[in-house]
Design a protein around this ligand. Structure first.
Ligand SMILES: *[C@@H]1O[C@H](CO)[C@@H](O)[C@H](O)[C@H]1NC(C)=O
Ligand SMILES: *[C@@H]1O[C@H](CO)[C@@H](O)[C@H](O)[C@H]1NC(C)=O
Ligand SMILES: *[C@@H]1O[C@H](CO)[C@@H](O)[C@H](O)[C@H]1NC(C)=O
Length: 417
């Protein structure tokens, strides 16, 4: 995109000035079109983990933008928003998704990744599914979702053929939720309805576990208040075996945007947040406005005792990871997310690590770095390769705030210890 045209050395200062102006213009344009799908060269180069760290020991460091009152007391600075040390991984860029996608949801069935709905930008949501084939490494197909299905903040689960889609936000910006629930037969591409959730939820933790579709937590009707309710519905072969959802043991901590994973007899709920953006009161377009949020790295586990147990927390708080995980060799691998807001600038901070939770030892580690930090990625694993696609990436190696919504797809050879 930017070519060096400086051939005549006498014109160097002017050319440098012009180049600077051009770069400024480009960066401004990018900010304005931050959710457009125009080609953007994503450099899979190393990003510097230390550069954005606030050095608590350095009293002179200006972190707040000038005055003394912007400087944070040392004790209040936590390192959670900073990048963690992690090995480099070699990433290969694959075919980009047909659309850019924020808050998309995905499920892998054999060598296919089904990617549902999501935002194109805050004012436009998708109403279709895109399918990626890990064998041919191409996006092979797109088809519509039901008209009254939610477009983001879904609860999703699969049994290997049927995909269950529970509740979520209907429409763009910070619109209201729907309790409607659907099932897709991936063999026939046919959709059916299921009994609606007892109350709508935003991004509830959802999983199929021992023959029942479990839905818990999430954001309540106002999008902000964490829900603790936990319901389940017996399902088999894409059919509900009951007319109503059953009340289950509430989850100790509520809220949306968590990973919910069943491994054998255990059900895990990992990370997430309390609070989320809400519709601005009176806004005709339900314009999203920021509200207080707490991101956490808690891990809760349910087993046959049907009592929640708390397991070791993630290395740092991580949210927006509903579909950013895979299970490999009895480990859960999580790609990206968001962490606590920057304590000084209050900006959202993205996560650029790949985490492993080894279920044999119940230990967490940061096993690699992504090509950039990103949230709401859709992850898959096939033939030794860890894939992720889409989401919202950072502003650059030195700036972990969210910027561009992307459809980029990447993979790396995974080797777990
Ligand atoms: C932080 O401060 C320590 C001690 O003053 C110094 O050695 C280190 O280089 C600093 N790190 C950064 C990233 O500024
Ligand atoms: C994925 O692509 C491969 C290679 O083209 C093909 O053999 C395979 O059947 C596809 N997978 C599915 C589930 O369609
Ligand atoms: C999983 O374990 C198998 C058997 O030990 C090994 O061959 C494979 O490389 C492991 N996979 C990863 C991703 O580490």
């Amino acid at each position: 995109m930017i070519r060096s045209t400086a051939k005549h050395s006498f014109a160097k200062p002017i050319i440098l000035l012009l180049a600077f102006v051009a770069l400024l213009a480009i960066s401004l344009t990018r900010d304005f079109h931050s959710a457009s799908s125009s080609a953007y060269v994503s450099l899979a180069t190393t990003w510097a983990p230390d550069k954005y760290r606030i050095n608590v020991s350095n009293q002179n460091q200006d972190v707040g933008g000038g005055s003394n009152k912007d400087r944070y007391p040392e004790r209040a600075l936590s390192m959670t928003y900073a990048d963690l040390p992690a090995p480099e991984l070699k990433w290969e860029q694959m075919a980009s998704a047909p659309v850019v996608r924020l808050d998309g949801y995905s499920l892998q069935i054999k060598d296919l990744l089904f990617v549902f709905a999501g935002y194109e930008n805050l004012d436009h949501v998708h109403s279709h599914v895109d399918v990626y084939n890990f064998t041919s490494n191409t996006w092979t197909e797109s088809f519509a979702i039901p008209k009254d299905m939610a477009n983001s903040h879904l609860g999703v689960a699969t049994d290997g053929r049927y995909i269950y889609i529970v509740s979520g936000q209907y429409g763009p910006q910070c619109r209201g939720p729907t309790a409607k629930t659907f099932v897709l037969d991936t063999h026939t591409r046919k959709w059916e309805s299921l009994p609606p959730l007892p109350a709508p939820r935003y991004a509830p933790a959802t999983q199929l576990w021992k023959g029942r579709l479990h839905v818990m937590g999430g954001g309540k009707e106002n999008r902000h208040t964490p829900g603790l309710d936990h319901w389940s519905l017996a399902v088999a072969n894409g059919k509900a075996l009951e007319k109503h959802w059953r009340k289950e043991v509430p989850i100790p901590r509520g809220g949306p945007h968590r990973a919910c994973i069943a491994v054998g007899d255990q059900l895990y709920v990992i990370g997430g947040q309390e609070g989320d953006f809400m519709a601005k009161p009176g806004s005709p377009i339900f314009k999203c406005s920021r509200r207080f949020e707490v991101v956490f790295g808690d891990v809760y586990m349910l087993d046959e005792s049907m009592k929640w147990k708390q397991l070791p927390s993630m290395p740092k708080p991580v949210s927006h990871i509903e579909c950013s995980w895979v299970i490999v060799n009895n480990s859960i691998v999580i790609v990206g997310g968001t962490t606590e807001k920057h304590p000084v600038t209050k900006r959202m901070i993205l996560v650029g690590e790949v985490f492993q939770f080894n279920l044999n030892t119940l230990t967490w580690s940061a096993i690699g770095k992504m090509p950039y930090r990103a949230k709401t990625t859709q992850a898959g694993f096939w033939d030794g390769w860890l894939y992720f696609t889409s989401g919202q990436r950072d502003r650059g190696p030195d700036n972990p705030q969210p910027r561009k919504v992307v459809g980029d797809t990447w993979r790396t050879k995974l080797r777990l210890l």
